[in-house]
Design a protein around this ligand. Structure first.
Ligand SMILES: [Mg+2]
Length: 325
C-alpha cells in the first residue's frame, strides 16, 4: 500500500530526536519520554485557527513559529524549561510548500530552545493546528497564578501593546506607521519571543506569574482571581516600544493596546518588594527588560491610575479601533 499524500507531507515533521530523554520519538504508536528525577512535568496546549487566531495572509513559517512560541510562553509563565512537543495539524489540501515553510518556522524555534517534536498527526480539514508543549520544573518550584499577596509589586517584561498594534498593521488600520515601524509591530505579532529564561530566573522570587496573551488587564485579572486579591496599575508606567509610540499618536490608544489587545507574550509577575532588587539583577543578567507597573492590594478588583494618580478611564478608542472590542 502506497503512502497517502497526507502521510507524505507528514514526513516534514519526522526528524530524529536530539534529547537523551526521548527514548522513542516519531514513528511508533506513541512516544516514550523520561522525566528527570525530582522534577514535575509541565504540560501546555494551544491551538490556532486560520482567520480566527492568525490573519489569512500569515506567512506559514511565522505560523509555525508562533504556534510553538505561544505554548513555550505558557511554560515560561510556569518557570519551566521546555523539552518536547506534539502537533496536530489540519489542512484543506496536502500543500507541500506550505507544510515545508510551517515546519521550518516551527523547527527553527524548537532548535533554539532544545525542544524535540516527538509525535503528531496531519489530517485534511480547515487550516488549523494544535500544539502541546511539555517541560520540566524542579518539584515545588513552579510559578503559579495563586500566590500574589497584598503589597507585592507587579512587574512586566519587555513592552506591551506591540502585538495589538501588529494586528492593526496586518488589517490595514495603522496606515500612518512607517514601513520599519509597521514591520517591527507585525513581527511582534507573528514571531513572539517566549520569555523562557525570565521564567526560570524568577523561580524562588515571583509570588505569581502569567504570560500576557489576552492583554495585561485580563491576564493580571486571572492572577487577582486565583490569588483572591486586587491591584492598582499605574498607566503611565506601562512599558511601550518606540515603534508603537511613533505609530499610534494618541497616548490613550497606546495604553489601551497595552492593557487590552494581547498577543504580546511577555510575562506579568508579582513579587514582594524586598525581592525586586534580586529579580531585577537576574533579569538584567539575561538581557530581559522589566518594569514595575503597579502593586497588589487587598481590595478586590483592578484599579487603573492615571499619570496624576487619579482614576484612569479608558476612552475605548484603543479597544474599539485596535483590539476589536
Ligand atoms: Mg498563558
Amino acid at each position: 500500500v502506497g503512502l497517502g499524500e497526507f502521510e507524505l507531507i507528514a514526513r516534514h515533521f519526522d526528524r530524529p530526536p536530539h534529547r537523551p530523554d526521548v527514548a522513542l520519538g516519531v514513528g511508533d504508536d506513541a512516544a516514550l519520554l523520561r522525566v528527570p528525577p525530582g522534577h514535575e512535568l509541565v504540560v501546555a496546549i494551544d491551538g490556532m485557527v486560520e482567520g480566527v487566531h492568525f490573519p489569512l495572509d500569515t506567512d506559514p513559517a511565522a505560523f509555525g513559529h508562533k504556534l510553538l512560541a505561544v505554548n513555550l510562553s505558557d511554560l515560561a509563565a510556569m518557570g519551566a524549561e521546555p523539552a518536547w512537543a506534539t502537533l496536530f495539524i489540519s489542512l484543506p489540501a496536502a500543500d507541500e510548500a506550505w507544510v515545508a515553510a510551517f515546519a521550518a518556522g516551527l523547527f527553527a524555534l524548537a532548535g533554539a530552545h532544545g525542544v524535540d517534536l516527538v509525535g503528531g498527526d496531519t489530517v485534511r480539514g480547515p487550516r488549523s493546528a494544535v500544539l502541546q508543549a511539555h517541560g520540566f520544573v524542579p518539584a515545588g518550584q513552579a510559578l503559579r497564578r495563586d500566590g500574589a499577596r497584598p503589597g507585592d509589586l507587579i512587574v512586566v517584561t519587555g513592552t506591551l501593546g506591540d502585538g495589538g498594534a501588529g494586528l492593526a498593521v496586518a488589517e490595514g488600520r495603522l496606515p500612518a506607521a512607517t514601513a520599519s515601524d509597521a514591520a517591527f509591530l507585525r513581527d511582534r505579532l507573528d514571531r513572539p519571543t517566549p520569555r523562557l529564561a525570565a521564567g526560570v530566573a524568577l523561580r524562588g522570587l515571583a509570588s505569581a506569574a502569567i504570560d500576557v496573551s489576552d492583554g495585561l488587564a485580563a491576564d493580571l485579572g486571572h492572577i487577582l482571581e486565583r490569588s483572591a486579591v486586587g491591584a492598582s496599575l499605574e498607566i503611565a508606567r506601562l512599558p511601550l516600544s518606540a515603534p508603537l509610540s511613533r505609530a499610534v499618536a494618541d497616548p490613550g490608544a497606546r495604553w489601551e493596546l497595552a492593557l487590552g489587545a494581547g498577543d504580546d507574550y511577555e510575562l506579568c509577575v508579582t513579587l514582594p518588594p524586598e525581592r525586586w532588587d534580586e529579580a531585577a539583577a537576574r533579569l538584567a543578567a539575561i538581557g530581559c527588560p522589566a518594569t514595575v507597573v503597579g502593586r497588589i492590594d487587598s481590595e478586590p478588583g483592578l484599579r487603573l491610575l492615571g499619570a496624576d494618580a487619579g482614576p484612569y478611564r479608558p476612552s475605548g478608542r484603543g479597544f474599539d479601533h485596535f483590539a476589536g472590542g
